[in-house]
Design a protein around this ligand. Structure first.
Ligand SMILES: Cc1ncc(C[n+]2csc(CCOP(=O)(O)OP(=O)(O)O)c2C)c(N)n1
Length: 549
């Protein structure tokens, strides 16, 4: 081993981890690192705001299971990373954030752009560290990836002081090893099988963990073999093909959703890859009378409304397969409660006849579903549109409808779409944003144009923070602090050098969508939206909304 700069060794460690991209903005305190990156196999993707870069890393991690990497300099570069790091932390996406820092000998005193970023990042990362000596680089990098990618995945952070990065060091990357996955004991498995076999009306609640584990095929087979129907969370969308007769739809918008999907009558709930951060269990177990079987990668969170009878901790694919084999001899007829799914999908189908303009959300979603193939990817931003997409947009496959539902930060969709297209160049990637959230990371249109990333961005325009209007109107009968004006979005997109259209009547949306999908660069479609139809859809689905955007 020959002596070389610490920054070179750091980048070699990234290469050894299989890192393909680093998304970010360089700074004066990351000079050595950037120079080392420039001579590596890692592609550095300059972005226009660190938040955009960190969301790209977040989505890269979510879709690949390998930590996405983002970079910001010290001080403001690092603080700009905070929101997507928190998003990765709560939505369980593996991500490594790298930040620059001033030299070690100026950290004890008042000093230009110095703030304690290690401490700032602690509540939003699974683990983080300052590299205070070049010798520890192989260990900390390996640890950062291992911790980020282990269940439940999330964000980690490394701080790189500039003097340390310029030092000489000997050393070599530590090898990657396959992660160890625990398995539940045969006793626990048989106990769970017993609970399920003796259940009268069991139901599965499937979440993000099923998507992460790639366990949708095992879940579908479990449901087919046992006859037990499956409801999914917003982030679990697509774990069951919506056309599967055992699919009950996406729950979570209203308190009545769960009842309508059969939870009220269920005696046993099999919570599979379910994260409480998305939907609180008090909504589906208000009387705390359900027997709960947990299938997850780590032991269950404590919650008064979530006290499992048995917990099967391990690889979801494997556990579902084994449990399905144990239970297939006592098939269940399935829950009679397909009411939620029937009402929601019925409304979507009926929407093709809605000729109103501005368009109401069901027609807009119907047009999107018609235009997209089953593997194409829809990324939702955060707002009232997310609630419509979460509940009504029908998904065929996991990871084809991507929603932020843990931190739920506006501005998620556009940068995430750029990363999704880098991961899946063969699929079409479409975003839907509100006119509020779209402007929060609009600067990344330049990144998309520069990279030539063919993503289609649909902006539902209503000149309001729609979901806040909806909540305020419900609570107070009036709204306040929610209205704004917009730039000419078409002119704005054209100034970035991309194609853009404004829909002027009901037929325009489908036509522009299809045209946009053929382009080899990014595009934007402005769709004036009419939110006068309550996302609650019908009185049958109840009044009490429990969801928060
Ligand atoms: C970064 C961030 N700020 C504030 C919020 C709270 N919030 C949730 S939805 C919303 C309004 C979204 O408005 P818009 O993007 O226009 O979408 P619409 O609701 O109209 O579909 C706000 C302010 C948030 N989730 N994230």
């Amino acid at each position: 081993m020959s002596a070389r700069r610490a920054s070179d060794l750091f980048v070699e460690c990234l290469e050894a981890e299989g890192v393909k991209y680093v998304f970010g903005i360089p700074g004066e305190e990351t000079l050595d690192l950037n120079e080392s990156l420039s001579r590596s196999s890692v592609r550095f993707v300059p972005v226009r705001h660190e938040q955009g870069g960190a969301y790209m890393a977040d989505m890269y991690g979510r879709l690949t299971g390998r930590a996405g990497v983002c970079l910001g300099t010290l001080g403001p570069g690092a603080t700009n990373l905070v929101t997507p790091i928190a998003d990765a932390y709560l939505d369980r996406a593996p991500l490594l954030a790298i930040t620059g820092q001033g030299s070690l000998e100026r950290m004890h005193k008042e000093s230009h752009q110095y703030i304690d970023i290690v401490r700032l990042m602690q509540p939003i990362t699974k683990w983080n560290a300052r590299i205070n000596s070049p010798e520890i680089i192989p260990e900390v990098v390996r640890k950062a990836f291992k911790v980020a990618e282990s269940e439940k995945p999330g964000a980690t952070h490394l701080e790189l002081p500039e003097d340390v990065m310029a030092m000489d060091v000997d050393g070599a990357p530590l090898p990657r090893r396959r992660l160890v996955r625990p398995e539940p004991s045969a006793r626990e498995l048989l106990k769970a099988a017993d609970v399920i076999r003796n259940a009268i009306t069991p139901i599965v609640l499937a979440g993000n963990g099923v998507v992460r584990a790639g366990a949708a095929p095992a879940l579908r087979e479990f449901s087919r073999a046992t006859g037990i129907p499956v409801a999914e969370t917003f982030m679990g969308k697509g774990v069951m093909d919506f056309e599967d007769p055992k699919a009950l739809g996406t729950v979570g918008l209203q308190s009545r959703d769960y009842a309508m999907a059969g939870f009220e009558d269920a005696d046993v709930v099999i919570a599979t890859g379910y994260d409480l951060v998305e939907h609180s269990p008090d909504h589906w177990n208000p009387r705390r009378d359900k027997k709960i079987v947990v299938i997850d990668s780590v032991p269950a969170e404590i919650d008064a409304f979530y006290t499992p009878e048995v917990e099967l901790v391990g690889d979801l694919y494997h556990v579902l397969t084994r449990l399905g084999e144990e239970c297939r001899d006592v098939p269940h007829p399935g829950s009679p409660s397909e009411r939620l799914r029937d009402v929601v999908l019925g409304r979507l189908e009926a929407a093709q006849e809605d000729d109103g303009f501005p368009m109401q959300p069901p027609r807009a979603l119907w047009e999107l579903r018609q235009a997209m193939d089953r593997d194409d990817i829809l990324i939702s931003d955060v707002g009232l549109h997310k609630l419509w997409i979460g509940r009504m947009f029908p998904a065929h496959e996991p990871n084809t409808v991507l929603i932020a539902n843990g931190l739920a930060g506006m501005g998620f969709a556009l940068p995430c779409a750029i990363a999704a297209k880098l991961v899946h160049p063969e699929r079409r990637v479409i975003t839907v944003s509100g006119d509020g959230g779209f402007l929060m990371n609009v600067q990344e249109l330049e990144t998309a144009v520069r990279l030539g990333t063919p993503i289609v961005n649909v902006v539902w325009e209503n000149h309001q923070y729609g979901s806040i209007v909806w909540k305020q109107d419900k609570k107070f009968g009036a709204h306040f602090g929610t209205d704004f004006t917009n730039p000419d979005f078409v002119g704005l997109a054209e100034a970035f050098g991309m194609a853009a259209w404004r829909c002027q009547d009901v037929g325009d949306f489908g036509r522009h969508l299809r045209q946009a999908m053929t382009l080899d660069g990014p595009s934007l479609i402005v769709l004036p939206i009419d939110y006068s139809l309550d996302v609650a859809i019908s009185e049958e689905l109840g009044e009490g909304t429990v969801v928060r955007t």
